[in-house]
Design a binder for this molecule. Structure first.
Ligand code: ZN
Length: 251
């Protein structure tokens, strides 16, 4: 344990993270599902068997482009049940990252999550690699819809023009948004510090984006070993909310 000024006792790793944050002002955070699980949003990739009891297909199949068009009823049953978690609240990690952006430390948040919790916490420059449940559009006329239309409709949500409303969420078999990818690569490339949290970096394109990093410190906060651990100069094996709740955001 480490004694910071003011008598706050933190672990050696958290003290080291604080020092790195204090000494840099171009920090990028790259986050995965683990950031949101502490807000009660389940990671559909985790093998808890929850989904298998209720659905005939694994989530990777249901959340694919082909499945969406072939079996839209079943897609939306799963989507409303498992993917829309709009009652979740930002946790200490989301809140502290927003604070760190406001004091000029964090320049961008790159996330694989689609829950909008970073924006809810007050973050502004959020690059959503996999889209967002809060944006939806008609496949026929392009009209945009919020979450409520999809959430409150029955069966397959339809536009006034008769077209299917599709969530702006990147499904398996679909390409990521080029603009978001380019902005994420640029932010990571220009960062002095990259904090990777709540992801094992096993989902494409996470690992390839990390390769753009040329900065001073790569920090990994993950409960289990991740792919780029060997490149990290600081690894913290503690819950991410707990880590960030101990960090002080100052200019
Ligand atoms: Zn339409």
């Amino acid at each position: 344990m480490y004694n910071l000024k003011g008598g706050v006792v933190v672990t050696k790793e958290v003290a080291e993270l604080q020092k790195i944050i204090d000494n840099h002002d171009n920090i990028v955070f790259f986050g995965g599902a683990g950031v949101s699980t502490e807000s009660g949003i389940p990671d559909f990739r985790s093998k808890d068997g929850l989904y298998n009891q209720k659905y005939k297909y694994p989530p990777e199949t249901i959340l694919s482009n082909m499945f969406f068009y072939r079996r839209p009823e079943e897609f939306f049953r799963f989507y409303r049940d498992k993917m829309i978690c709009d009652t979740a609240k930002p946790n200490a990690a989301h809140l502290k990252l927003a604070e760190l952006e406001h004091v000029g430390k964090v320049k961008a948040i790159v996330t694989q999550n689609i829950d909008g919790l970073h924006q809810m916490a007050g973050s502004e420059n959020v690059l959503e690699l996999h889209g967002s449940i809060y944006r939806n559009h008609c496949k026929k006329c392009g009209r945009e819809y919020g979450l409520d239309t999809v959430k409150n409709s029955e069966g397959v949500p339809k536009c006034e023009c008769g077209g299917i409303i599709k969530p702006d969420v990147v499904l398996y078999g679909e390409n990521l948004n080029d603009d978001v990818m380019n902005r994420a690569a640029k932010a990571i490339n220009e960062a002095q510090v990259l904090i990777v949290g709540g992801t094992s970096l096993s989902v494409w394109p996470a690992a390839s984006l990390i390769d753009y990093f040329r900065g001073n410190h790569l920090i990994v906060i993950n409960k289990t070993p991740a792919e780029r651990d060997s490149f990290a100069d600081l690894i913290i094996r503690e819950p991410i909310g707990g880590v960030f709740s101990q960090i002080v955001a100052k200019k």
